[in-house]
Design a protein around this ligand. Structure first.
Ligand code: SAM
Length: 250
């Protein structure tokens, strides 16, 4: 799967993603991540990409044209790669229509709130373009032309879309086959079945006078599963009553 991130701060994005599991997935060619600098598509000699907002008000807005030119360049490259012998990564879905325009996600506090379900849906794409805003955001006209999905990472306002984009790439990448060593670990996690995950323990058996629950040492698989399910229900009811009610109503 290939991520194409449109940003004014490519180093920030690449430094944040180029480590640990996601870094290894890139090295193995399971995913590719490119951060494209929107400033490279500025159409004036000062490389300026922002301007005052019509109608007044504080702050600056990212202009439509550099964002559009950046998008066009990425889209063209994706099309060329699709018609060529190989995609960027080996994880391509051969059933896909190679002429289809790829999804463009604008990270914005005005979008639908990002969930594990959305991450699963996006993990089915071969290419994903992510657009990071800055300052007061981006000229509405270019958003109307290129954006297919508006996604927020929560009801608060950040200075830019880079951290939200990194969060999305991380959450989606770990669902790409082969990225996690142990595929089962994604299967039983929080949200996967609508519940939060049960508490977990590692060695030693006793730490600060706290014992690992006896049932987990018993080796009795059915009892362990039963305990975990009960704890998942209990934890979800306590910490996320909204999710619990939804789960019970299913
Ligand atoms: N004026 C905009 C508004 O009220 O909706 C907020 C602009 S914000 C200061 C600058 C950029 O940060 C946005 O264009 C967006 O890309 C990003 N951003 C801020 N908060 C976000 C959130 N909760 N989720 C996703 N992106 C966010």
């Amino acid at each position: 799967m290939n991520f194409h991130i449109m940003t004014l701060f490519p180093e920030m994005v690449m430094q944040g993603l180029n480590t640990s599991i996601i870094g290894r997935a890139m090295d193995k060619g399971l995913i590719s991540i490119e951060a494209v600098n929107i400033r490279d598509y500025a159409f004036n000699k000062h490389n300026k990409v922002d301007d005052y907002i019509y109608g007044g008000g504080a702050g600056m807005l990212m202009q439509a044209e550099p964002v559009y030119l950046c998008y066009e360049a990425i889209e063209k490259r994706i099309e060329e790669n699709r018609s060529g012998p190989e995609f960027f990564t080996e994880n391509r879905n051969n059933d896909k229509d190679n002429n289809k325009k790829c999804r463009v996600v604008y990270l914005t506090p005005q979008g639908e709130v990002f969930t594990q379900k959305k991450a699963q849906e996006l993990a089915g794409e071969d290419d994903l373009i992510l657009l990071c805003g800055h300052y007061e955001g981006i000229d509405e006209r270019v958003l109307e032309e290129i954006v297919t999905d508006n996604i927020s990472i929560g009801d608060y306002v950040l200075t830019g879309g880079e951290l939200p984009a990194m969060i999305l790439v991380d959450a989606v990448s770990r669902l790409v086959p082969g990225v996690l060593n142990n595929e089962v670990s994604a299967e039983f996690e929080s949200f996967q079945d609508g519940l939060l995950e049960y508490p977990q323990y590692s060695r030693p058996e006793i730490w600060h006078d706290k014992r690992v629950p006896e049932v987990l040492l018993s080796g009795h698989h059915a009892n362990v599963e039963k305990w975990r399910h009960e704890k998942a229900l209990e934890r979800t009811r306590e910490r996320r009553p909204d999710l619990y009610d939804k789960f019970i109503a299913q």
